[in-house]
Design a protein around this ligand. Structure first.
Ligand code: CP
Length: 331
């Protein structure tokens, strides 16, 4: 694996290698000294053309825990406002010695363009591109689900997949790169996926995707899912014509207190509630649902550091995870 651009292109073996390596990284995170020397002397550039809290900071934390140097670039306040192109921006940062470029961009395909262009000689990691993909979010979601699935079955997470797990992904599917990346990865790992959205927030051609599609959240919850992923309503990418009223959206497609209580009434004691963040509390998810014991929102954030450590390690160390563990790297 040279780059990490999408989960559609990620094979099962590579996905499991990242998840299994992330388990090892999580064990490092529980130690008193959380740092590994694995990427000492390497430089990771965070190249963010769109806002981010979780992804940018967890990539930075991940790189630092592996002892890499980190350069943070935000388009706001940079020479992008003077018209500098992606090519010139990337080459400028690469000239400062980037071994990996983590890129978030508003245009779908920008990371793939950077990886295939020959402009820079660095590993490219997609941190979210337009409405296309967000592969490390999907990996951390799968990591969180796999731990839950393993706990339910009394097994170890490492080496296992999600065969038989039922996952509902609900909300603004149209604009969601998380929904796409989650779907491709969850299917690769053997989970069954149901997408729920208002008709105006489903993409053209969704019928051909490998999942069940419905407009009815209550019907999807009655199918007894093991995990319910609520998606953020992406107002910044939306024209008003797409959107039911806020009141209607929250009543029909929100995980409100009534639906939260219905999970109990249905006997779904082990169903987890997920959200990639940032959350619109009171719109797609109620505060009580977001803060309930079922919620894995903060676990997802925590697991994001381990997953991003694993991705950086596997791309930059040149090691196959089965050959040598990160802990065995020379100091
Ligand atoms: N989930 C996610 O990508 O969050 P940020 O936009 O804060 O990075």
């Amino acid at each position: 694996m040279r780059h990490l651009l999408s989960t559609m292109d990620l094979g099962r073996d590579d996905a499991l290698a990242i998840l299994d390596t992330a388990e090892q990284m999580a064990a490092v995170g529980e130690r008193e000294v959380k740092k590994l020397p694995a990427l000492r002397g390497r430089t990771v550039v965070n190249l963010f053309f769109e806002d981010s809290t979780r992804t940018r900071i967890s990539f930075e934390a991940a790189a630092k825990r592996l002892s890499a140097d980190v350069i943070n670039f935000s388009a706001k306040g940079s020479s992008v406002s003077k018209g500098e192109s992606l090519k010139d921006t990337a080459q400028t940062l690469a000239a400062m010695g980037a071994d990996a470029v983590v890129i978030r961009h508003g245009s779908s395909g920008a990371p793939a363009r950077l990886a295939s262009s020959g402009w820079i000689d660095a590993a490219v990691l997609n941190a979210g591109d337009g409405t296309h993909e967000h592969p490390t979010q999907a990996l951390l979601d799968a990591f969180t689900m796999r731990r839950h699935w393993a706990r339910l079955h009394g097994t170890e997470s490492a080496g296992t997949d999600l065969t038989g797990m039922k996952v509902v992904i609900a909300g603004d599917v149209l604009h969601s790169r998380v929904a796409r990346s989650d779907l491709w990865l969850l299917r690769t790992l053997g989970a069954e996926v149901t997408l729920v959205a208002p008709p105006t927030l489903l993409p053209f051609g969704v019928e051909s995707w490998p999942c069940t599609v419905t407009y009815d959240l209550d019907e999807a919850l009655a199918s007894r899912p093991d995990a319910v992923m609520m998606l953020r309503v992406q107002g910044e990418r939306m024209h008003s014509a797409f959107f039911p009223s806020v009141r209607e959206y929250s009543r029909r497609w929100g995980l409100d207190d009534v639906r939260l209580d219905r999970l109990d009434a249905l006997g779904l004691t082990d169903t987890i509630i997920m959200h990639p963040g940032p959350m619109n509390r009171g719109l797609e998810i109620s505060a009580r649902a977001a803060d309930s014991p079922r919620s894995t929102v903060l676990d997802q954030v925590r697991n994001g550091v381990s997953v991003r450590m694993a991705a950086l390690y596997l791309l930059l160390s040149g090691e196959n995870s089965t050959d040598r563990t990160p802990q065995e790297q020379p100091r």
